[in-house]
Design a protein around this ligand. Structure first.
Ligand code: PLP
Length: 381
């Protein structure tokens, strides 16, 4: 009888998702080790990763910035900023045009933190003028949160304009850059950012296991005594790293080893600007190839990021998402369901270890799947 463990491993499907995403072989191989979480060797890696994150972001400790790593997915990082950084009487304004803005609102409800929400439709960027009015009329607001790339649609929000308004009113600025950090150069000073949150398994191309918060040291130190959570207290997490170099509780050791390699690869690619070039090319290739089979993006190109693209369903009775998804998956490509409330869409991510040839290949598979289903597509050119 054959042992299931000994069967050859089929090739992994390529992930056209917003994370976790397809990683390089070297990133996966970096995890073939057991690291002692208290040992100086591992602590040295954590220290180096915190430094490298700052340098890739174009900021430094000398200029007053810190990088704090936190166990858990990206959501934990955003929630930790609220639970650590908002004072007992604080109030947060959330700019929302998608599911991640709405998730931030849910966090504030759960933490019983006062908040106000400024919504725009899912295909319309955040409105800095509306924020200006809100901050002028509500002095109780202490913090503003914006989502850079709202992964729900792939829309890009104007974080610099929002930052200018926030700064002018003297409020603390939090940016959820989960799906954009590493793939868009972000000018922290020009945007007036106080806290920026991202995670290991998005555009840095590591594996899931932790989030990281890049923040102004003075802003974080001023939160002493405010924390509403023990494990998600970013100030204590920072103090832990500074005391003995360790995470306070069990670290995601393998994810850290993978991340060290992922950061080196990001550096080799030319940092966020270099990676942006590849993702932009992926996006351009995707949109062109999809146009040739009669499918065009949901968003106006002026507000579309190069992170992920939403496409409305083909308008034909023979189309159904589950069948379509399974057929494309069977050909080796994992698409991502849509999340837009008022339109039926699916999403294709451009991020991860993917190249323009992969984008052409996924569209070829999509074309075949549609033909098999009896959904008409324009003849191949
Ligand atoms: C992915 C994502 C999150 C949440 O990250 P998880 O790792 O799934 O918890 C938050 N905000 C944005 C914009 C994201 O893309």
């Amino acid at each position: 009888m054959q042992n299931a463990v000994a069967l050859p491993t089929p090739k992994d499907q390529l992930l056209f998702t917003p994370g976790p995403l397809t990683t390089s072989l070297a990133v996966k191989q970096a995890m073939l080790h057991d690291a002692g979480s208290w040992h100086w060797e591992f602590n040295g890696k954590v220290k180096a990763i915190r430094e490298k994150l700052l340098s890739i972001a174009g900021i430094s400790r000398a200029q007053g910035w810190e990088a704090v790593l936190l166990q858990g997915s990206g959501t934990f990082g955003v929630e930790a900023v609220f639970l650590t950084g908002v004072p007992p009487e604080g109030k947060v304004a959330v700019l929302s045009n998608g599911a991640y803005g709405e998730r931030a609102v849910l966090m504030l409800q759960h933490a019983r933190i006062a908040h106000a929400v400024l919504r725009t439709p899912e295909d319309v960027p955040n409105d800095p003028a509306a924020l200006d009015q809100l901050l002028a009329s509500d002095p109780a607001i202490t913090h503003v949160l914006a989502v850079h790339c709202e992964t729900t649609t792939g829309i890009l929000n104007p974080i610099q304009e929002i930052g200018a308004v926030t700064r002018r009113h003297g409020r603390t600025y939090i940016v959820d850059a989960m799906s954009s950090f590493g793939a868009y150069p972000i000018d922290f000073e020009a945007c007036g950012i106080d806290y920026l949150i991202s995670s290991a398994n998005k555009c840095v191309e590591g594996v899931p296991g932790f989030s990281f918060v890049l923040c102004r040291r003075a802003v974080l130190l001023a939160t002493e005594g405010w924390a509403r959570s023990l494990s998600m207290n970013l100030l204590d997490q920072l103090k832990g790293f500074e005391k003995n170099g360790q995470f306070r509780y069990t670290p995601p050791t393998h994810a850290i080893l993978a991340f060290e390699q992922a950061l080196a690869e990001l550096d080799i690619e030319g940092g966020p600007a270099g990676r942006a070039n590849r993702y932009r090319e992926n996006h351009r290739t995707l949109v062109e190839a999809m146009a040739r089979i009669g499918l065009s993006p949901y968003l106006n190109p002026a507000v579309q990021s190069h992170i992920i693209t939403s496409f409305p369903y083909p308008n034909h009775p023979a189309y159904n998402w589950t069948d379509f998804y399974s057929r494309v998956a069977g050909k080796g490509f994992l698409l991502y369901p849509g999340k837009i409330s008022k339109a039926d869409t699916f999403r294709i991510g451009n991020i991860g270890r993917l190249f323009p040839a992969d984008m052409r290949a996924v569209v070829y598979a999509i074309r075949e799947a549609l033909v098999e289903m009896g959904v008409p597509v324009p003849p191949a050119q």
